[in-house]
Design a protein around this ligand. Structure first.
Ligand code: GCU
Length: 334
């Protein structure tokens, strides 16, 4: 399947760039993502499609391409950048190489709690500055999608941070993630999401780190039977759109797309909570064992990355300070 996708990619891109009009004269809007059709991201996008087409269906035909069909996440970002496609879902980790402002989300243990993470993502003032930061690269983010908390899973148990020593762990394609894994004491192997299953199966890597849906939706639980709640990152998925396309919309149309993006976020998040609960049950049935662990020793190892990134990338500091303020507010309100 993967081979097929690769074979299709190049000719498809050429076909796509010159071919945005359907036979019926509607403008085709293409959205790429890397998950299956059952995943919350896809369900959120269906709500986006439905809303846009209910309001502007005479003009636009929204088409969603799941499963990395148009290429891996990084490839899809490039396609949005050039305007070959209009939207893609990308993890902030994969956006890091397009604008290093996205390093902020890669910082391990950045948020004190899930509530603080959500409060940050819902803080329009803070988030809109980040979302528009890639304008010079030809795209911007229009919505965020929940992608849970990232934890380690592997073919042998990781019960303490010492168990990471010598293990080859897949990370997303971002330098800050590679550094994080070094600090954890493991060997980082960056690769795209679609390659992970085969890499674990063939022993190229010993494990990976992700939310629980990776075990079921992406079937990694078939080969990794140990999942540890060390909770190192809360990294959102973003819906990014080509800037020329977005700026070419009339103000009325833009408003509808913005409303569609908000609805997509809401639907995706509701779906997320339901699916994670089911995924834990399904993974347990698949024979996956879930471990709770003391997260403090994990945190201590990687905390220096905060200062390293802040020193190397000064534009992160005001965002970082704002996030710390929100962390404190949320904690006090508890
Ligand atoms: C999650 C996330 C994806 C990301 C993937 C990864 O599944 O939702 O956007 O690509 O992790 O680890 O690459």
């Amino acid at each position: 399947k993967k081979g097929m996708a690769l074979l299709l990619t190049v000719p498809m891109v050429f076909a796509l760039s010159g071919c945005n009009l359907a036979n019926n004269g509607k403008r085709i809007i293409r959205i790429s993502h890397s998950q299956s059709e059952a995943h919350p991201d896809h369900v959120g996008l269906l709500a986006f499609e439905e809303y846009v087409e209910s309001k502007l269906g005479d003009k636009y035909d929204v088409q969603i391409f799941p499963n990395e069909l148009l290429g891996s996440s990084v490839k899809a970002i490039e396609l949005v950048q050039t305007g070959a496609i209009d939207f893609a879902i990308a993890s902030t980790s994969n956006l890091e190489t397009f604008d290093d402002i996205y390093q902020i989300f890669t910082m391990p243990y950045l948020f004190n709690s899930v509530e603080a993470y959500h409060a940050v993502m819902e803080n329009e003032e803070l988030i809109s500055g980040i979302f528009s930061s890639t304008a010079e690269s030809g795209f911007e983010a229009v919505a965020w999608f929940e992608a849970g908390t990232r934890n380690f899973y592997a073919t042998s148990p990781i019960k303490t941070v010492e168990d990471l020593k010598g293990k080859k762990i897949r990370v997303q394609q971002s330098p800050a993630n590679v550094r994080m894994m070094e600090l954890f004491g493991a060997a980082a192997t960056p690769m795209s999401f679609g390659e992970v299953y085969t890499a674990i199966q063939s022993g190229v890597i010993n494990g990976a780190e992700n939310n629980e849906l990776a075990l079921t939706n992406n079937k990694h639980g078939e080969i990794c039977k140990y999942y540890t709640y060390n909770q190192h990152q809360m990294v959102p998925d973003l819906l990014i759109g080509n800037l020329r396309f977005l700026e070419g919309l009339s103000p009325e149309e833009r408003q509808i797309f913005d409303e569609a993006a908000k609805i997509a976020t809401q639907v995706e998040r509701e779906e997320w909570d339901e699916q994670v609960a089911v995924a834990k049950e399904q993974a347990t049935e698949m024979g996956v064992q879930f471990f709770e662990t003391d997260i403090e020793p994990f945190r201590e190892k990687v905390l220096p990355l905060h200062q390293e990134l802040l020193a190397a990338n000064p534009k992160l500091q005001p965002i970082y300070d704002h996030i710390q303020a929100i962390n404190n507010q949320v904690q006090e309100a508890k």
